[in-house]
Write a protein that binds this ligand. Structure first.
Ligand SMILES: [Zn+2]
Ligand SMILES: [Zn+2]
Length: 404
């Protein structure tokens, strides 16, 4: 165990042996900041929810952006971005590494010069003629440019959605489809008005339910089918009952459900379920060998985690990280392995200091790349040159284990 003073807030913090071993294995230096300051810095890399309507630099169509953008940054609609890229007219810098200029200065410049793609503003007739806005809906389908939010059309006022489709008023939802009114729910399909539900199908007005199908106005159920007001029905009875309830005016329905739920004993706390060998955790489920983890699920041998799911052997992981293995200091990423100091990555591995990557392997200091390998500052190198330059940059920035 090592005690240090945080270089940002000057509070004392402790680095535990498990974390030291992890960093030694990666040959990374000990952190200079306390966990809280580290988290805040990571969160700055993935901006807080934010919208702005801007015009595409090419066709002048109105689009939405969800990053704060520096003045003079190029912004395109999806269509123009693809078209310009295809025609080779997209001015996307691929500078590569230049010796003699500090690496982080070069990376900052690359961030500044890389154009971004805005989101189309959709008009959908089916949902009350509202203008629907996709927001923070990265990593959608298996399409090539997956950051283009193509599967998130018809998503309204949503935040942090993954694989979302036809969702309305969703918050922190994962892999949801045809859903409305989900709050903190994960992998739910064809559901509406759920609160804190996980892996449910065709459920409506339920809260705190898990692995349920065809449930209506239920609370705290696990692995149930055809339940209404926490009572079991046959499929036929269920359908009739739901039909009957659905005929009620919405306010009346909500009031009836509320009255029913008030009769239930307080649901068993979901906090600290199925936890082994963990220290300093809260609102975590199904975790083993975790240290300092909050609002996270299915985590093994990891530490300093917030709002993350299915994380293995990783430290310092924040905000909507899913399926992350052997990674360090990352935010907002899914299906990644061996990624470090990076944010908004999808289906990528061995990436460092990178942002907004899709299907990239061995990328160091890259921005907005897709299907790239052995890239440094967005330029492709041979595997041999890549390894040589990465070693050189790691020396330059002091990215080696050190207890200083
Ligand atoms: Zn601090
Ligand atoms: Zn355009």
């Amino acid at each position: 165990m090592i005690k240090k003073e945080c270089q940002t807030c000057h509070n004392q913090f402790t680095i535990i042996d498990q974390e030291i071993d992890f960093l030694k294995k990666l040959d990374f230096p000990l952190p200079t900041d306390c966990p809280k300051c580290r988290k805040e810095k990571r969160e700055k890399l993935v901006d807080k929810p934010f919208y702005e309507e801007v015009k595409c630099d090419n066709c002048k169509k109105e689009i939405l952006i969800w990053h704060k953008v520096e003045p003079n940054k190029q912004i395109f609609c999806r269509e123009c971005f693809r078209k310009l890229k295809h025609e080779g007219k997209l001015d996307r810098p691929q500078p590569g590494y230049k010796e003699g200029i500090p690496f982080f200065e070069q990376l900052k410049e690359l961030h500044k010069q890389t154009p971004i793609v805005g989101t189309d503003i959709y008009q959908d007739d089916e949902v009350n003629q509202k203008t629907l806005r996709s927001h923070e809906c990265s990593y959608t389908t298996n399409t090539i440019d997956s950051f283009d939010l193509s599967k998130c059309v018809n998503t309204v006022n949503s935040q942090h959605l993954i694989n979302a489709n036809n969702c309305v008023d969703c918050t922190n939802s994962m892999a949801t489809e045809n859903s409305v009114g989900l709050v903190s729910s994960y992998r739910c399909n064809n559901c509406s008005y759920l609160n804190s539900c996980f892996v449910c199908d065709n459920c409506h007005y339920c809260d705190n339910c898990e692995d349920c199908q065809n449930c209506f106005a239920c609370s705290g159920l696990r692995n149930k089918k055809y339940y209404v007001f926490n009572k079991k029905y046959s499929e036929k009875e269920y359908k009739a009952k739901v039909k009957e309830l659905s005929r009620l005016p919405h306010n009346e329905l909500i009031e009836t459900i509320k009255n029913f739920k008030n009769t239930l004993p307080l649901p068993e706390s979901r906090r600290h379920q199925n936890i082994n060998d963990c220290k300093y955790t809260n609102e975590v489920f199904n975790c083993n060998g975790c240290f300092y983890a909050f609002e996270s699920r299915n985590v093994n041998n990891s530490g300093y985690l917030w709002h993350s799911e299915a994380i293995k052997n990783s430290w310092d992981i924040t905000t909507m990280a899913r399926r992350v293995n052997d990674s360090y200091s990352c935010s907002d990423m899914s299906y990644v392995e061996n990624c470090y100091f990076s944010s908004r990555l999808f289906d990528s591995s061995n990436c460092y200091f990178s942002h907004d990557l899709y299907k990239c392997y061995n990328c160091f200091g890259c921005v907005g790349n897709s299907n790239a390998k052995y890239n440094i500052l967005n330029k492709e190198y041979s595997q041999e040159d890549y390894n040589k330059i990465v070693a050189q940059i790691r020396d330059e920035i002091g990215l080696h284990y050190s207890e200083e």
